[in-house]
Design a binder for this molecule. Structure first.
Ligand code: ADP
Ligand code: ADP
Length: 228
């Protein structure tokens, strides 16, 4: 599903963020990416949806070789991958419904199908009654649910989340994690960078630890392993 071979990434300013990373993630896995700030976690996950290109090495996602993929094909790849951010990145002037429907507009779907898919996904994240709200009218946890709904409305095979609970209080974070577990239970691969020590140590999954641009630990049902 996701295969990296000897991946290096040096940014144009000369900073080396990754220095020889190898990984193999199978369909349906749930993987936490942990490590100190500046370790290379974001770079590692941005490579998976081609937000960042490697300086050297091979990455295969969904059987597509990301090093040779044509620029034109990148939007198709993105449809197979849902991305969720710490700061939600919702469009502030659009309603919850429109924020999610927007993700479907690139696809040729009938209005009736779009309506059904948006309402189904809102039901899954428990926000059916807030379809007409704008993001500012929602709590942080609710905004994150909208961004999860947006990420999964195309039924992607992979969901990538960069510190999705980083801005949320503990209670809200556990609720968000439940939603990720439900999405994973449907067969979707989940890759999540996180500083949530209690979450990682309680909801046990594969843990990949990144330090100084290298994978220093890769464990099935692993521990968070850092103090903060
Ligand atoms: P983490 O997510 O673990 O905090 P990052 O992947 O964001 O780590 O960063 C790894 C290193 O790469 C850091 O030294 C960071 O400053 C640097 N870096 C990240 N993005 C860029 C960029 N766009 N340009 C230059 N340096 C970057
Ligand atoms: P939290 O407990 O996460 O801090 P809030 O207190 O911000 O949540 O919001 C609690 C509820 O009130 C949420 O369901 C939210 O949708 C609703 N709400 C908050 N602000 C507004 C607003 N300006 N207009 C309408 N509903 C709002």
């Amino acid at each position: 599903m996701i295969l990296m071979k000897d991946i290096h990434k040096t940014y144009p300013n000369g900073v080396t963020a990754l220095n020889g990373v190898n990984v193999d993630i199978k369909q349906g896995e749930f993987v936490y990416i942990v490590g100190p700030s500046g370790a290379g976690k974001s770079t590692f996950i941005k490579l998976m949806y081609r937000e960042v290109k490697p300086t050297a090495g091979t990455i295969i996602v969904n059987e597509i070789d990301m090093s040779t993929i044509k620029e034109k094909k990148v939007p198709f790849l993105r449809r197979e991958i849902g991305v969720i951010f710490q700061d939600f990145k919702l469009l502030p002037k659009l309603s919850v419904y429109e924020n999610i429907a927007f993700a479907l507009e690139v696809i040729e779907e009938s209005p009736r199908n779009i309506r059904k898919r948006v309402m189904d996904v809102l039901e899954l994240v428990g926000l059916k009654n807030k379809a007409r709200f704008i993001p500012d009218e929602l709590s942080g946890g609710e905004q994150q649910r909208v961004s999860i709904a947006r990420a999964i409305v195309n039924h992607p095979k992979i969901v990538i989340a960069d510190e999705p609970t980083g801005n949320l209080d503990p209670d809200t974070s556990w609720g968000i994690m439940k939603t990720f577990e439900e999405i994973n239970a449907r067969g979707t691969t989940i890759i999540m960078a996180t500083h949530g020590k209690e979450i990682v140590n309680t909801i046990k999954k594969r843990v990949i630890a990144v330090e100084d641009g290298l994978i220093v630990r890769d464990e099935h049902r692993g521990e968070y392993g850092y103090e903060i």
